[in-house]
Design a protein around this ligand. Structure first.
Ligand code: CTP
Length: 453
């Protein structure tokens, strides 16, 4: 990390994208993201279908095309009718070096490469900017223009970079559409927070072209910082049986754990997700093992931990379970009822105590003295890192947003309130840095984050 900071000092200016924690350095045609040089070969020959929809952020899309091509990608631009109100097709044709496709009914273009052929050609469909209207049409599976038709017809990954007014982004209809798209495995890049074209300030800005290039590169090359690493993650609540129809559980939705799993996958890792009962779709490319109780979770984790490089324990595992679950439904025969409870196994502490253990990251859910309690768990459970969040009173559990304090033995870092997916990416970037630092001997296990102070 200290190395990255030193590099930043050498390559001014630094562009920080609001709401994201990545470092993007422009230096003429040499671009660096998180200190890593992007060379021409990085996306050589990758076929990107760039969809441009109607929004003021479309003015940034020609630069996005240019950046993708600088890395060696081939870019075919498809514009919606609304997009052409903002930028001309001639501009995109000039920067992409290909005729722009705009119409499903263009006989000449269809003869050259039909829309199904085009959908097959694309290795990644990236929509930037994606307007609220386009997200709605995509979520409802419409195929009323060339771009929506291509999205339905492709088997390749689809990513959208939303851009709109902050109130439109916060609207319940847009939120629901975005959730639907994410559940179908469509990647949502951003949006960032900041000043908007309409003069308002908030979430809804399209991510900067270099940030989008970085994400597109991960999707097409899987060349993230966790490439080749095996990451085991627990998520969601557990259920502890009282009798055949009742159980004890908690309010965890599993959203943070699923977001961490998705971010680890985007960073190139092979991800195994062990999860308690949740109603969430599995992110693309992740192996999921469903469990119910804390004991089931421990069994599943112990079956997978051998060979795991990193273990991230986001699950809200029940601490106690009924000591003697009833075989039959318990009847209400008395005025009072006492339930005898016993401790469940601590999955995280068990993994951290293994002789050949992976890099171990815990989570701490606290209602008060967040940092103090989390630090206690870091030490007591012998973890490499812990991410602490405040829960209760509509915080963290079953919410879209979260905020984290990340702790190492000798360091701390605050990740400010953001959508869980954004926060998960920031956390995974920190985990990857700490893991790499520990591997390369730059830091001792358990104090890998010391340079982050
Ligand atoms: N954890 C676990 N197994 C348990 C309990 C907790 O693996 N039986 C893990 C969680 O996944 C989390 C960390 O331990 O990564 C801390 O969980 P948390 O619920 O915050 O704390 P506890 O250790 O359960 O302690 P307490 O409930 O007293 O705060």
């Amino acid at each position: 990390m200290a190395g990255v900071l030193a590099e930043i000092a050498l390559f001014q200016p630094v562009v920080c994208v609001a709401g994201e924690c990545r470092r993007i350095i422009h230096c003429n045609r040499v671009n660096r993201i998180n200190g890593e040089p992007l060379t021409e070969a990085r996306m050589q020959g990758k076929r990107i279908l760039l969809g441009v929809t109607g929004g003021i952020a479309a003015y940034k899309s020609p630069d996005l095309v240019r950046r993708l091509r600088e890395l060696g990608a081939e870019v075919q631009v498809v514009m919606t009718a609304a997009a052409r109100e903002f930028v001309t097709a001639a501009t995109f044709q000039a920067v992409s070096g290909r005729p722009v496709r705009t119409d499903l009914w263009d006989a000449a273009a269809e003869a050259a490469m039909g829309h199904i052929e085009l959908a097959r050609w694309a290795e990644l469909v990236l929509i930037a900017p994606a307007s609220a209207d386009f997200l709605a049409r995509l979520a409802t599976g419409q195929a009323d223009d060339l771009l929506t038709t291509l999205c339905l017809a492709t088997e390749s990954p689809i990513a959208v970079a939303p851009a709109m007014n902050r109130v439109m982004w916060a609207n319940a209809a847009t939120r629901a559409n975005v959730e639907t798209l994410q559940q179908r495995g469509i990647q949502v890049f951003g949006p960032a927070e900041g000043e908007q074209a309409c003069g308002e300030v908030g979430a809804g800005r399209m991510l900067e072209p270099l940030e989008l290039v970085d994400r597109a590169r991960f999707l097409t090359t899987r060349e993230g910082p966790l490439r080749g690493r095996r990451v085991l993650i627990t998520a969601g609540p557990t259920r502890e049986r009282i009798d055949p129809v009742r159980f004890i559980s908690n309010r965890s939705s599993g959203k943070m754990g699923f977001a961490v799993a998705q971010a680890a996958r985007e960073a190139g890792a092979e991800v195994v997700l062990v999860c308690g009962p949740v109603s969430l779709a599995t992110p693309a490319g992740i192996r999921r093992i469903d469990v119910e109780s804390a004991a089931d979770m421990l069994n599943a984790v112990m079956g997978e931990v051998c060979g795991a490089d990193i273990f991230i324990s986001t699950a809200a595992v029940a601490d106690y379970r009924p000591a003697a679950p009833a075989e039959q439904k318990i009847k209400k025969t008395t005025e009072h009822m006492d339930l005898s409870m016993e401790r469940t196994p601590d999955v995280l502490a068990t993994v951290a105590a293994l002789p050949h253990r992976p890099f171990v990251v815990g989570f701490a859910a606290e209602t008060e003295s967040v940092e103090q309690h989390a630090r206690g768990k870091l030490m007591k459970k012998n973890l490499d890192m812990i991410a602490a969040n405040e829960v209760g009173h509509d915080k963290a559990f079953d919410c879209e947003d979260n905020a984290l304090i990340v702790l190492w033995r000798n360091a701390r870092r605050e990740l400010s309130r953001a959508p869980k997916v954004t926060l998960a990416r920031q956390l995974v970037a920190l985990i990857a840095e700490s893991y790499a630092a520990g591997k390369s001997g730059l830091a001792q296990r358990g104090s890998a984050g010391s340079a982050l102070a």
